[in-house]
Write a new protein. Structure first.
Length: 150
């Protein structure tokens, strides 16, 4: 019975957070991309030269889906691929100047949205909220590691 209560609470939080982040919206924060697409672009922005296979592993994405997504980004002049010196089959990903501009604009909108949420809280509440987020992350990662070990 306790487990059912915990599962219900976990799912309720997921629904709340999904709505709060706008995960079900077609586009992320008015950008031309979904949240998943933006997440891929964020990885390329933060780590220029990243390999597609690294993104697929880190974000747990299907390689074929990611390949189609990257091809679309390339056609839209958002991402460019460069072959690796080590292995021509490995392609390093970079944002184009156009992609960089668009991703930076979306990042600024996201920072502003988060800022509006935090501004409604006292400094102590901001620390409490972000500490709780870090704790959630730690607990879920610990659970994931335990499940991998078994």
């Amino acid at each position: 019975m306790l487990m059912d209560t915990q599962i219900a609470a976990f799912r309720r939080f997921n629904r709340f957070y999904t709505r709060e982040l706008g995960l079900l919206r077609r586009n992320f924060l008015g950008s031309p991309w979904s949240l998943g697409e933006m997440r891929v672009l964020y990885e390329v922005w933060m780590r220029p030269g990243l390999l597609a296979k690294e993104i697929a592993e880190e974000l747990d994405l299907d390689a074929a889906y990611l390949s189609r997504l990257i091809s679309r980004f390339e056609k839209q002049d958002i991402v460019r691929r460069e072959p690796s010196d080590r292995d021509a089959r490995e392609l390093h990903l970079f944002l184009t100047a156009n992609g960089l501009r668009q991703v930076e604009e979306t990042d600024a909108v996201q920072k502003s949205a988060v800022s509006r949420v935090l501004e409604g809280l006292s400094e102590d509440e901001q620390v409490e909220l972000t500490s709780a987020m870090q704790r959630i992350e730690t607990l879920i990662e610990t659970s994931r590691q335990k499940n991998v070990e078994h």
